[in-house]
Design a protein around this ligand. Structure first.
Ligand code: CDP
Ligand code: CDP
Length: 218
């Protein structure tokens, strides 16, 4: 069984996907984490997203892995190095959409997550899961919330990580990233025609989970 959860930044996708996966005993795959890992690697090597040759060389040498530690927390590795924390920095959030729009980057990540999902029960979240990565998914959800609510949620997360950002700056950054994700030529953020639209602006995590679990049971 495959469950696809797509939507814009800060909608609650990863929190809810992880919880639903745990409740059902399914594998959780966070596709955004791999796009973040690529962006982090490119930033560290100072590779311009326009420099196709340098980016292709980088991608050739990248091995991306997703696993879980003993506590059930997701671990993201690039060539064996744990980058789980580093990929959440706001400086990665600010550039990730530019790298994720590059077709070669999308090919690499899509192939990797499709391989991870092959013949397993999975909950996968991202932007193009229901539309491109798992078009045959059994349940598809398009999860969203207002920009103000998503920025408020993300602000709390960043504060907990010790990063100081203003609410207005964050709202502008999130809106700009959503726009880039929606307008790119390859595999844009889109609601698949057969996906359930869910606005969680006024819903807490449990309510959203219950809603999705009911849909899966049906
Ligand atoms: O957690 P947050 O909503 O901030 O984003 P994410 O899921 O970690 O994804 C980070 C970025 O990766 C997105 O803004 C997209 O540019 C890209 N992404 C994508 O293009 N396709 C996906 N399936 C998942 C993420
Ligand atoms: O993965 P995505 O960027 O869509 O969002 P997330 O990282 O799962 O959620 C962003 C933050 O919002 C987390 O701290 C969640 O605990 C919180 N959240 C919430 O307060 N209410 C919801 N209904 C969903 C998420």
């Amino acid at each position: 069984m495959q469950i696809a959860i797509d939507g814009p930044a800060g909608a609650g996708k990863s929190t809810i996907a992880k919880k639903v996966a745990r409740l059902l005993g399914f594998l959780y795959i966070d596709s955004g984490a791999l796009y973040r890992a690529v962006a982090l690697s490119a930033l560290e090597k100072q590779i311009d997203p326009q420099d196709e040759a340098a980016l292709a060389r980088l991608l050739q040498g990248l091995h991306l892995d997703l696993s879980e530690d003993a506590k059930g927390n997701q671990v993201v590795q690039v060539n064996g190095r744990d980058v789980s924390r580093a990929i959440r920095d706001n400086k990665v959030s600010q550039v990730v959409s530019v790298y994720s729009a590059v077709p070669a980057v999308r090919q690499l990540v899509t192939a990797r997550i499709q391989a991870l999902a092959a013949s397993r029960n999975v909950v996968m979240d991202g932007r193009d899961i229901g539309s491109v990565v798992l078009p045959q998914a059994d349940v598809k959800v398009f999860l969203t919330a207002s920009v103000a609510e998503r920025a408020r949620r993300r602000l709390l997360q960043l504060q907990a990580q010790g990063e100081a950002v203003g609410q207005e700056t964050l709202e502008a950054e999130i809106a700009a990233r959503d726009q880039k994700d929606r307008e790119r030529a390859v595999a844009p953020l889109v609601q698949a025609p057969d996906a359930l639209y869910l606005d969680s602006s006024n819903m807490d995590i449990d309510e959203v989970c219950q809603h999705i679990l009911a849909l899966i049971r049906k």
